[in-house]
Design a protein around this ligand. Structure first.
Ligand code: GDP
Length: 297
């Protein structure tokens, strides 16, 4: 991901670097190219406009154009604005004291929720937490067995009720079990749909009301571009999302969703997932500065 955006930006900055002193026109021309590169990476139009305006305003200042290394100053400004766009700092997961900490995962079908529940369970176990997975996706026939087999493979307990048709009740009983057996964390894997629909949203609101998760993480497929941003806004209106997890960051999408979604929703990206394999290496706490550096190459 981001390869073509990185290449485009590097070309723009190399051209600037070859000029020595910079005029305001040089900077404006470079910003035109940056704008195009971001739009081609499928970054939200308003986000691009705002980003370019902020960078331009700083880059045409005298400290930059008259400095000894003007092009490096421009790169520095772009780097800082990318960090701001992505959220400035890492925002860690919140935990409930006394526990259990309830984390609800929401998102469309196929975004990687079930995979993420297992990865997150591993991540939290590494931090010394006892984790219970609650299988509340009762509609996709394979989802419960998928979670159970992941649980077995990883040695993590999965709470499921194969005959229940009421996800809010399943979640409630999972949390009761966690209290009784002193689990620190309950990760609730909810059902996704191919598209946002009313019964899905209502069900999430019901689960939310029953178990009052401290974290409501929206799982966003980074391969889906602008559509992902629209979906994120809708989910956020219905269940107040506390964090985003970008999945499939190993794919070859252009990266627009990852760059837009924080800015459009105001919700922090907390983790990025990059791979189908379930291990500690494919889930990372999100650090805006690291991604910004990766993009600038
Ligand atoms: P759910 O419907 O939201 O529960 O999605 P799943 O967890 O079943 O994942 C859907 C598909 O995406 C599966 O084939 C996963 O292996 C795959 N997947 C999940 N996360 C990632 C990721 O970070 N990278 C890649 N490449 N594939 C992923």
């Amino acid at each position: 991901m981001f390869e073509s955006l990185s290449d485009r930006l590097q070309t723009v900055f190399q051209k600037l670097g070859s000029k020595g002193k910079l005029t305001e026109d040089d900077v404006r021309e470079a910003m035109k190219q940056v704008r195009l590169a971001l739009l081609e990476a499928d970054v939200n139009f308003k986000v691009v406009k705002d980003f370019v305006a902020k960078v331009t305003e700083q880059a045409i200042g005298e400290e930059v154009t008259k400095s000894l290394t003007p092009h490096q100053q421009v790169v520095k400004i772009v780097h800082q604005e990318l960090i701001n766009l992505l959220g400035t700092d890492n925002v860690p997961l919140q935990e409930s004291r006394p526990g259990p900490t309830v984390i609800m995962l929401v998102g469309l079908q196929g975004t990687g929720k079930t995979t993420l529940s297992a990865k997150l369970a591993l991540h939290l176990r590494k931090k010394g937490r006892r984790v219970l997975l609650a299988a509340c996706d009762i509609y996709r026939p394979a989802a419960i067995t998928q979670l159970e087999s992941l649980g077995k493979q990883l040695g993590i307990t999965v709470y499921s009720e194969p005959n229940s048709k009421h996800p809010p009740e399943i979640a409630t009983r999972a949390v009761e079990l966690a209290k009784k057996e002193l689990y620190n964390v309950v990760i609730v894997d909810t059902a996704g749909r191919l598209q946002i629909d009313e019964p899905l949203m209502k069900e999430l609101e019901d689960i939310d009301a029953c178990v009052q998760p401290i974290e409501r993480l929206l799982v966003v497929d980074a391969m889906t571009g602008q559509e992902a941003v629209r979906v994120a806004e809708t989910f956020n209106q219905r269940v107040k999302v506390t964090g985003l997890v970008m999945t499939k960051m190993d794919g070859d999408a252009r990266g627009g969703a990852a760059l837009s979604v924080r800015s459009v929703t105001g919700v922090p990206i907390k983790f990025i997932s990059s791979g189908e394999k379930i291990d500690l290496n494919t889930l990372e706490a999100f650090h805006p500065d690291r991604l910004a550096s990766r993009i600038l190459g």
